[in-house]
Design a protein around this ligand. Structure first.
Ligand code: UD1
Ligand code: CA
Length: 462
């Protein structure tokens, strides 16, 4: 069945009610744009042919979503029915017989919910099936009107509803399955005779019925599936609901979160059992955290991996990999392309970028490791700098296993330090160091006895 479904995601809405400079669908829930949630679920449901309808700022949506989807443009915002019609060319070009329509501002229509909707649509042999749910507070949503026998009668928007209709708590989620052949015929029958003067997609129900076709509503138990965000208040609400869901999932997976204050975890994060997430920690994107790892307090982890039993305390970590049994932090900055081995210590005010660090190595304080391959069992003193940039180009250095880099050494890249070599403190290294050698490159100290007394500034001890 999946091969027979294509999807259109309506995302041409601007950020007016959000008071945003960017399209509404780019507003984020758990640090991921809503359009990202919708496309992710769509793909997970096995729907591969996807068309996103964008308006002004469509370029920004394309950048956020990336390749692998089609785009259609709605230049003027004339309603959801009009927006769907903008995808007509895509629909005609697709071999799919059924169209899944999703709202770009309703991020919780999950793959499970999509499967449920598609199954109901097929079983009931409908021309159109709308996904609905019961909301305690249905204000702002289109209401589902049913006949006495339960059949779907119509969808009525809040603005067009009378008192009685407004009391209905079953709402339109904005997700539909529609038979393509019917939809292509129906396009010309939409009108904008309603309170908002827009082409409502919801009119599709009335059009199907007038053509003697079946329209149905698939009632979803999870109210979250119907929830969308039109303004910042609703967006914050979606964030809180999504946050709680993720935390519940982590508890079920045996993750310890003793206090949830400031803990924000993306829905795609994987966290092993006995791992602990401490307050103030944000885990964004596709992170994988091993069993028994301790994240936080106050850590930002983005698209990174942390091995089992490692601790990452008060750190900023972006697109980096940390092995098992490591101690990272406090106050460490790991930047993209960093790969840290097992049992490594990276301490305070150390920045590592685009570098590998071997097992059992220690880089404990005030150090910059940029564009370097560091071996196993090395020890870096305090204040080491890999001088990787000469103002024009970046260079890469290699440090062998068991090397010792003394305090305040500057390694002017590109250099190679051999296995077991020793770089004396304060050295400015400009040449390679052979295996097992001592490199010392600093001005020899001279002491001039009594020199200060001659200046008259120091009297000495009487
Ligand atoms: C819509 C539904 C409502 C439903 C609710 C669910 C209609 C008329 N109403 O209302 O029944 O309960 O969603 O969240 O369909 N869009 C365009 N172009 C347009 C207008 C909208 O692409 O010209 C996109 C928006 O970006 C958004 C989606 O369609 O992603 C829904 O539009 P929105 O204006 O938010 O509709 P609602 O008033 O929420
Ligand atoms: Ca909406």
């Amino acid at each position: 069945m999946r091969e027979n479904i294509c999807a259109v995601i309506l995302a041409a809405g601007d950020g007016k009610r959000m008071h945003s400079r960017r399209p509404k669908a780019l507003c984020q829930v758990l640090m991921e744009p809503m359009i990202g949630w919708v496309t992710r679920f769509c793909r997970r449901a096995g729907v591969e042919e996807i068309c996103i309808v964008t308006g002004e700022g469509g370029q920004l949506i394309q950048e956020a979503v990336g390749p692998g989807v089609h785009y259609a443009c709605q230049r003027e915002r004339r309603g959801t029915g009009h927006a769907l019609r903008m995808a007509e060319q895509f629909l005609r070009g697709s071999s799919a017989g059924t169209v899944l329509v999703l709202n770009g501002d309703a991020p919780f229509v999950s793959d499970r919910v999509i499967a449920h909707l598609a199954q109901t649509h097929r079983q009931e042999e409908n021309a159109v099936t709308v996904l609905s749910a019961h909301l305690e507070q249905p204000r702002g949503y289109g209401r589902i009107l049913r006949e006495a026998d339960g059949a779907l009668a119509a969808i009525v928007e809040e603005a067009d509803a009378d008192e009685a209709v407004r009391l209905i708590q079953e709402v339109n989620s904005g997700a539909y399955c529609i038979e393509k052949s019917f939809l292509l015929e129906a396009f010309s029958r939409f009108d904008c005779r309603n309170a908002q003067g827009e082409y409502y997609l919801t009119q599709v129900v009335e059009i199907a019925r007038s053509m003697g076709l079946r329209a149905g509503a698939c009632l979803e138990e999870d109210p979250l599936a119907a929830m969308g965000a039109n303004d910042r208040r609703q967006l914050a609400q979606l964030n809180e609901l999504a946050r709680r869901r993720v935390l519940e999932r982590l508890y079920e997976a045996g993750v310890d979160i003793p206090c949830t204050d400031g803990v924000l975890v993306s829905p795609t994060a994987q966290v092993g059992r006995d791992a602990c997430i401490l307050p103030g920690s944000v885990i964004k994107g596709d992170c994988v955290i091993g069993e028994g790892a301790v994240i936080g307090p106050n850590t930002w982890l983005e698209n990174s991996r942390v091995g089992a039993d490692s601790t990452v305390n008060s750190c900023q970590v972006y697109e980096a990999e940390i092995g098992a049994g490591c101690t990272i932090g406090p106050f460490t900055y790991l930047r993209p392309g960093t790969r840290i081995g097992n049992q490594v210590k990276i301490g305070d005010f150390v920045e590592v970028k685009n570098s590998t660090v071997g097992d059992h190595t220690s880089v404990a304080h005030l150090t910059y490791v940029g564009d370097a391959d560091v071996g196993r069992g090395c020890n870096f003193g305090c204040g080491v700098v890999l001088v990787n940039y000469d103002g024009e180009k970046k260079y890469r250095s290699t440090i062998g296993d068991d090397a010792f880099i003394g305090c305040n050494a500057n390694l002017i890249s590109p250099v190679t330090v051999g296995d077991g070599a020793y770089v004396a403190a304060g050295t400015t290294l400009t040449q390679d160091v052979p295996e097992g050698a001592l490199a010392i490159g600093r001005a020899r100290q001279q002491n001039k006895p009594g020199w200060m007394e001659k200046t008259g500034k120091f009297k000495g001890r009487r």
